[in-house]
Design a protein around this ligand. Structure first.
Ligand SMILES: Nc1ncnc2c1ncn2[C@@H]1O[C@H](COP(=O)(O)OP(=O)(O)OP(=O)(O)O)[C@@H](O)[C@H]1O
Ligand SMILES: O=P(O)(O)OC[C@H]1O[C@H](OP(=O)(O)OP(=O)(O)O)[C@H](O)[C@@H]1O
Ligand SMILES: [Mg+2]
Length: 281
């Protein structure tokens, strides 16, 4: 059986369970369950902290897992990203009281609080900066006010927590993160992984794309294809009405309205978009 690690708590937990359910896998009913077997799909799920998932997968104890890119890099786990999952997006950034520093270069000799000592240490070393790293478990934003650190390096999503603590980001984004599916580096592909990846890719496509149908005069099809070329090639079918065809094409959900406008401009009519429920590309 394929052994899959799933975040049990925190920001990634709910979205990880939803994407697996959408991909047709059984998921645990209560948050107290530590593991769950899905015999029909040949998969065992283990519910663990996402920081620990990087370690289990890196050690080869579990075949694959869902974690955050930042957590994987922070733990220096021997794991590769197989698939970016499109949720749990965040940035990892420096922040401090207004004016305290402009960039990482200003941090020589400073005290920096963080829960990501691995990423911070790597970043300081890359920039040739020596600073003292104060390792905290959470609520890092309070470290400045409470006087244990001069600045912090922390996960920033909306920036609300920073603002509440009277802090501002400074310097470049250290890392952009999102939830990722990981497996141990350099081992043979475990049985069942290909199916899991294909199913998850199917969910991502169904989430990110819509199906667009329209009617157009045959001579305008090329112009319409230039606007919406589809993933491979649009399906063009004859219509009963002479000189007209029906076209079916997948487009990015985020671009759908703009593409409908442009298709209309080149002569498309009866333009419809529909959700894709599930797919294999
Ligand atoms: N707003 C957010 N806050 C924290 N982590 C976030 C946020 N958005 C996305 N993430 C990502 O979630 C992962 C952290 O998950 P984890 O469960 O360890 O912490 P958490 O969500 O802060 O949970 P906890 O409540 O235990 O602090 C990281 O990959 C991080 O980048
Ligand atoms: O930019 P924002 O949208 O405010 O989100 C970022 C904050 O959310 C997380 O904290 P969490 O609530 O997980 O608490 P923690 O610091 O104790 O982990 C993270 O550590 C930041 O503090
Ligand atoms: Mg947290």
């Amino acid at each position: 059986m394929l052994r899959v690690a799933v975040p049990n708590k925190g920001s990634l937990s709910e979205a990880a369970t939803s994407i697996l359910s959408e991909a047709g896998y059984r998921q645990r009913r209560t948050t107290k369950d530590l593991s769950l077997t899905d015999p029909d799909n040949g998969v065992e799920f283990y519910y663990l902290r996402p920081r620990d998932i990087a370690v289990y997968v890196g050690e080869g104890t579990l075949d694959v897992g869902i974690s955050g890119r930042d957590l994987v890099l922070d733990s220096h786990a021997d794991a590769d990203t197989i698939l970016e999952l499109g949720f749990g997006g965040s940035t990892f950034r420096f922040a401090g009281r207004p004016g305290v520093a402009q960039s990482v270069k200003d941090l020589q000799g400073k005290r920096i609080a963080t829960s990501f000592a691995g990423i911070l240490g790597d970043h300081l070393a890359e920039n040739g900066v020596e600073a003292s790293v104060i390792k905290l478990d959470g609520a890092v934003e309070s470290a400045v006010q409470l006087g244990v650190a001069d600045v912090i390096a922390d996960v920033v999503e909306t920036g609300t927590t920073l603002r509440q603590a009277g802090l501002e980001v400074f310097g470049d984004v250290i890392l952009k993160s999102e939830a990722v599916l990981i497996r141990r580096h350099g081992v043979e592909q475990p049985a069942g992984l290909e199916q899991l990846v294909r199913r998850l890719e199917g969910v991502l496509v169904a989430r990110n794309y819509v199906m667009m149908d329209y009617d157009i005069r045959a001579e305008a099809v090329e112009a319409a294809n230039a606007v919406a070329p589809g993933l491979e090639s649009p399906t063009v079918s004859p219509l009963h009405r002479e000189g007209w065809v029906a076209v079916r094409v997948m487009v990015l959900r985020a671009d759908a309205q703009r593409i409908m406008d442009q298709l209309w401009e080149v002569g498309a009519r009866a333009i419809l978009t529909t959700d894709i429920h599930a797919c294999r590309i």
